[in-house]
Design a protein around this ligand. Structure first.
Ligand code: MN
Length: 328
């Protein structure tokens, strides 16, 4: 199901004495409406962790979008001034019978795809807040529907950049948070579109050889978590620049479990090594600086395992950075 924005989440400090320069996000975020100007950032929640549950992970990410908004509410306003909250796509597996649960995830993904397509069609910039990483398939399908609707002969060259400890290319009879990018690859193959996939931060200790083999077969580009250190900065920039140059539209997926567990405890699968927040921000800056970026998602925030809102604050910092970079 789809719910309108819950504006009660947007509360925080008001520094009235500082005037307009003292504004925080809760003072500028508006509920999405027909009056929302094109070019605005549109926040869309994916309140679902059914894919994480199917993947035998730790549930809780369905509460991620609300926790992320609460943390974002108090962020100071810098470059980004126009933000609309488009509400949440909701999947509530605990209310379903076991047989209905099988389909509910797919329904939520389809709904997410429709919402993303609608936002893109209005000239808005969707920033999708998750939610289990099964959201990636819904986000991509929305983007694909948007691009497929355009006139033009050549298949779109979509580059998917995934900051993630996991390839999420698993084979399985049922979809989960670990199968999203394999489903995207299959969707591209069905459409006759190329599949350009770049994963940064892959943990060799969290992905089987089967995952590496599938990544190889699909022509994916990746760097391991241990290959994302400052000393490798030149190579990291070169890999990203090469990848970006070969595509026309970029879908940027940030799986929060790419960060070290000490920085990001609020995920189903915290990373022992991970990619540090400063490096994640460098990658984020490079990707958001590209004028090819069309869609961003932040996945896997699980408030049930957060410590003192630290994970939510890190996720909000990344969301605000995306917003500021896009507006700058
Ligand atoms: Mn992951």
């Amino acid at each position: 199901m789809k719910e309108y924005a819950d504006m009660k989440l947007w509360q925080g400090r008001i520094d009235a004495a500082d005037g307009p320069l003292g504004m925080r996000w809760h003072q500028i975020v508006k509920s999405l409406s027909p009056l929302t100007p094109s070019g605005s950032l549109a926040l869309l929640g994916f309140a679902c962790d059914a894919g994480v549950v199917r993947n035998h992970g730790r549930p809780g990410a369905r509460c991620g979008p609300a926790a992320l908004r609460r943390a974002l509410a108090n962020m100071p306003v810098h470059a980004c001034k126009q933000v609309a909250d488009a509400g949440d796509v909701i999947c509530l597996p605990e209310r379903m019978t076991s047989s209905e649960l099988q389909n509910d995830l797919e329904v939520a993904q389809e709904l997410l795809a429709q919402e993303v397509q609608a936002l893109l069609g209005r000239g808005l910039f969707p920033l999708v807040l998750g939610g289990g990483h099964e959201m990636a398939f819904g986000s991509f399908q929305g983007l694909a529907a948007h691009l497929a609707g355009r006139q033009g002969a050549a298949p779109p060259r979509i580059g998917i950049i995934n900051l993630d400890a996991h390839f999420d290319l698993r084979m399985s009879d049922q979809a989960s948070s670990a199968t999203a990018f394999r489903q995207i690859a299959e969707s591209c193959a069905e459409r006759g579109w190329p599949f350009h996939y770049c994963v940064l931060g892959v943990s060799p200790y969290s992905n089987t050889e089967a995952q590496f083999e599938r990544a190889r077969q699909l022509g994916a580009v990746w760097r391991l978590d241990e290959e994302m250190a400052w000393v490798q900065m030149t190579e990291i920039r070169a890999v990203l620049a090469r990848f970006l140059s070969a595509v026309d539209h970029v879908f940027f997926s940030i799986c929060l479990d790419v960060l070290p567990a000490a920085v990001m405890p609020a995920v189903s699968a915290p990373a022992p090594h991970g990619v540090g927040l400063p490096m994640v921000e460098v990658v984020l800056d490079m990707v958001t600086d590209s004028d090819k970026l069309i869609l961003v998602e932040i996945a896997e925030l699980n408030p049930a395992y957060d410590i003192d809102n630290q994970g939510a604050n890190v996720a909000a910092r990344l969301a605000a950075r995306v917003a500021n970079n896009l507006a700058a």
